[in-house]
Design a protein around this ligand. Structure first.
Ligand SMILES: [Zn+2]
Length: 77
């Protein structure tokens, strides 16, 4: 039982020593991207049900967001 506690303490020390250094290495080696693309705000075109990033969508007259000008026009008429 004493050895088990000793092993746990050693593992804990190793973990505590290694963790901050690994985090700082990652921060130094590459700058963090502003936002990964998979967490981008997605909207759905009401005409074709295509999902696209909000920044690429075309706003319609009633607040809808469309994938292209053609679908925006089609929904208006
Ligand atoms: Zn569409």
């Amino acid at each position: 039982m004493k050895y088990l506690v000793l092993i746990l303490v050693v593992l804990g020390l190793v973990w505590m020593i290694r963790r901050p250094r690994g985090a700082s290495d990652r921060r130094d080696s590459q700058p963090r991207p502003d936002k990964p693309t998979d967490t981008q705000d997605m909207v759905r075109c009401p005409v074709c049900d295509l999902h696209l990033p909000r920044s690429d969508a075309l706003p319609g007259p009633y607040g809808q967001l469309y994938c292209c000008a053609e679908h925006r026009q089609r929904d208006e008429s």
